[in-house]
Design a protein around this ligand. Sequence first.
Ligand code: PMP
Length: 441
Amino acid sequence: LGRSDRLNRVHPVSQWAGKSEAGPLIFDRAEGLWMTDIHGKTYLDAFAGLWCVNVGYGQKSVVAAAQAQMEKLPYATGYFDFASEAAIRMAEKVAELTPGDLNHVYFSLGGSDAVDSALRFIDYYWTARGQPERKHILSLEKGYHGSSSTGAGVTGLAPFHAGFSVPTAHQHHIPAPGAYRSEDPSDAAVIAASVQALKDRVHALGADRVAAFFAEPVQGSGGVIVQPHGWLKAMREACDELGILFVVDEVITGFGRTGKMFAQEHEGVQADIMTMAKGMTSGYAPMGACVLSDKVFEGIAATGGTVGHGYTYSGHPVSAAVGLEVIRLYQEGGILANAQARAPAFMAALKRLEAHPLVGEVRGLGLLAAVEIVADKRRKTPFAADSGISQKLFSALLENGLIARCFNDGTIGLAPALTISPDQIDLIAERIETSLNTLSL
Ligand code: PMP
């Protein structure tokens, strides 16, 4: 099944680039946090699939909800004057959970198309306000906002732009704040530098030509970069001062990942536009959403502008039914409470790894964390992207039965299911340590 000639012909594994002759790891089944491959080897999944299976594998009530919905009404479009009860209830639930007046829910199938929707609404908004020249979009270097043409442009990771310049024409990236390698690592200094970078870039582009700033509350795919407390609020305030829209991408951080339903709650702020996906349905069915505040929605609607927007599978009844049950599990099933209860032990177990000679920094928020591996601990020198560290580490972790994300510089990303037990927390830390000890560099 995993033969490279077969995979290279039909590309079922989009990220697999023929790295090993053995081919990719092919999974057969999963339960809780445990995954089993087609040869019967088991792995502890410390990454919840792709930061998405927040309720863990094998949740029978989610399967039952999907089956019941499929039997009753497998599909109804959200176009024209049609809807399904499941989609309406899910939209109401999302509007109820999101902070403040983020009340207008436009479903997508995942995160990239939620970001596409956000970009579209931003353009509608400024056009409706008589300022169509506001085209520039700012985001952070190392920010990740999707793989679609426009989402890849907002993404601040160079590989996503290589050989692909058109969508980036109006998209700009400011330095990612981060304390680990800053000369002055204090929260105040990191925040002030970031606010200044935003203001400088907006003024350089022309304040009346900038449409919006996109933020991730914790930068996920850039290496789990945790911003200091107060950063999100400071950026919200800076956007208000600059008169641009503030967009928060909670595709990873949403649905309990950081210990709150949404990471904005840690800071008491709300976005003008918010995107979400992943934990929304915990990977049991595809679903995302772009949620507009009253201000943005009414700004578009007031002048008769278009607020109709969607895709064939927007608000898919089965995904909506799954989402409703997943949210019920977060709330009534105690999964969000478990995420909150386990987070301190999770961070403490990982923090102990900082004593290891290869570990530069451990950082995280809730059950989202990174263990940064460095070539020179004293100088905080990262491994070169072409050092092969990522592949070596990934193989060592798998050898030891642990699934985690390994970024190009060797940083290990962790985002286990929110159902994690204390034993599983210890096992993650143990398996990372064993892997680091057996690493041949
Ligand atoms: N935004 C963020 C913050 C993400 O982390 C991701 C996916 N990792 C996306 C958008 C894109 O989501 P999707 O892969 O579902 O299209």
